[in-house]
Design a protein around this ligand. Structure first.
Ligand SMILES: Cc1ncc(COP(=O)(O)O)c(C=O)c1O
Length: 410
């Protein structure tokens, strides 16, 4: 069958699908891996409050400036506890995981260095690496099987005398598979290689212990499972790891020094921080602690599993990933026959009010491995703010959509 994107078929399907009863006017949001949009009330209140009372941290002694310093330090402490880091000072704020990964990769690797990464990576890892490749950094990729599981047995074979770092995502943003970072950390430690983890998809939902997993640098973003507004992220750097800062400038102290301060976290924080966003992150971290991250994770994993159980035996729907256990990120990617994922995602939005994300998800190499370069995949990513009713509505919508497609091409 050809990719099903012609306007004619599209119109015909639109007519057929009017029969389906929509879920009221409420959009059902299944794009939480892109960003979470239903933030706790506490996060919204914290940001609004911060806008009213925070000055510029470390830039004065007014109550407002001190308030900002306090909120920022408290947030570092909460992140330190969440990731079991050795000190809050080892955590610097950035604007997102992309910036953190750029700081880690460009601040560490030099021409002549070799680094190992994986085909699961997001472009926020791949593009900085490709950039450095032009200046003589060598890259090796660990491959994956048709379920997106990494061939970690091969990892040790890739290590060479000039291997400086292993850079790996904690979970694929396409399949939701979790990577065994504890194992990779052991190998990295054994060979004295710096271990950098991209926790964009896992921070705030899957436990991360930087000491136990021998993680040297952890990059995370605030706006997904950490429930913060967009524009705040962070980087943990183990004491003793030397990163050249990506950006230098004002630090609020040591102003006659022509060089940017060496002291963490200021070393990686030039200019005014997004203290309003950090206040939101602070409230998100409190929410996770008060309600319980484990409880929230179990709830969303149950929803994810329910969705999977409802669609897994439908011949015309192909899912991508390893589903041998519920211990995975709340992501399910699939395709319907060989239809373009953008076409299906668009139908789901316009006819059923379901927001999903089609395409390549900024992770080109995993699509090569899965054989979905042309089709992409339709990604559903869930949150504990979703409900069982929404899941069942969505699976019913998919079944109805499939029936309509079949009627249309008869
Ligand atoms: C695995 C992974 N890494 C990095 C990123 C980049 O995160 P941000 O856009 O917050 O910088 C994403 C975003 O979706 C991601 O899924």
């Amino acid at each position: 069958m050809k990719a099903f994107t012609s306007a004619y078929h599209y119109d015909k399907l639109q007519v057929i699908m009017k029969i389906f009863t929509k879920f009221g006017d409420k959009m059902i949001y299944f794009d939480n891996a892109a960003t979470t949009i239903h933030k706790p009330r506490e996060v919204i209140d914290a940001v609004v409050n911060a806008l009213n009372c925070l000055g510029n941290a470390g830039r004065g002694t007014s109550a407002e400036s001190l308030n900002a310093s306090r909120v920022i330090y408290e947030t570092r402490e909460k992140l330190c506890k969440l990731f079991n880091a050795e000190s809050p000072k080892q955590i610097a704020f950035t604007y997102n995981a992309t910036m953190s990964l750029n700081i880690a990769i460009k601040g560490l690797l030099q021409p002549g260095d070799h680094c190992i990464t994986t085909v699961l990576e997001h472009n926020s890892v791949l593009r900085p690496l490709y950039e450095l490749e032009k200046y003589g950094v060598e890259i090796s990729f660990i491959n994956c099987d048709d379920k997106g599981c990494l061939g970690l047995d091969e990892l040790e074979k890739f290590i060479k005398p000039n291997t400086k770092a292993i850079i790996c995502t904690h979970a694929s943003n396409v399949t939701g598979n979790i990577v065994d970072i504890k194992y990779i950390g052991q190998i990295a430690k054994k060979h004295g290689v710096v271990f950098i983890v991209d926790a964009a998809q896992t921070a705030g939902i899957i436990p991360i212990d930087v000491i136990e997993c021998n993680i040297d640098i952890l990059c995370f973003t605030g706006h997904k499972s950490l429930l913060a507004p967009q524009g705040v992220g962070g980087i943990y750097v183990r004491k003793g790891i030397n990163l050249k800062p990506l950006v230098t400038g004002g630090s609020g102290f040591d102003s006659f020094n022509e060089a940017h301060p060496e002291l963490m976290p200021s070393h990686l924080e030039a200019g005014t921080l997004n203290s309003h966003g950090i206040a939101g992150l602070n409230a998100g971290l409190s929410y996770l602690e008060n309600v319980g991250m484990d409880k929230l994770r179990e709830a969303v994993q149950e929803l994810t599993w329910l969705f999977y159980q409802e669609i897994k035996d439908i011949d015309e729907i192909k899912t991508y990933g390893d589903f041998h256990s519920k211990e995975r990120c709340p992501i399910i990617s699939f395709n319907i026959l060989d239809y373009d994922s953008a076409f299906i995602s668009d139908l789901l939005l316009t006819n059923y009010n379901i927001a999903s994300r089609p395409g390549i998800h900024c992770a080109p190499l995993i699509h090569k491995a899965l054989g979905t370069i042309n089709q992409g995949v339709v990604r559903f990513s869930f949150s504990y703010t979703n409900t069982k009713t929404e899941i069942l509505y969505a699976t019913k919508a998919l079944k109805t959509l499939l029936r309509d497609i079949k009627n249309c091409i008869k």
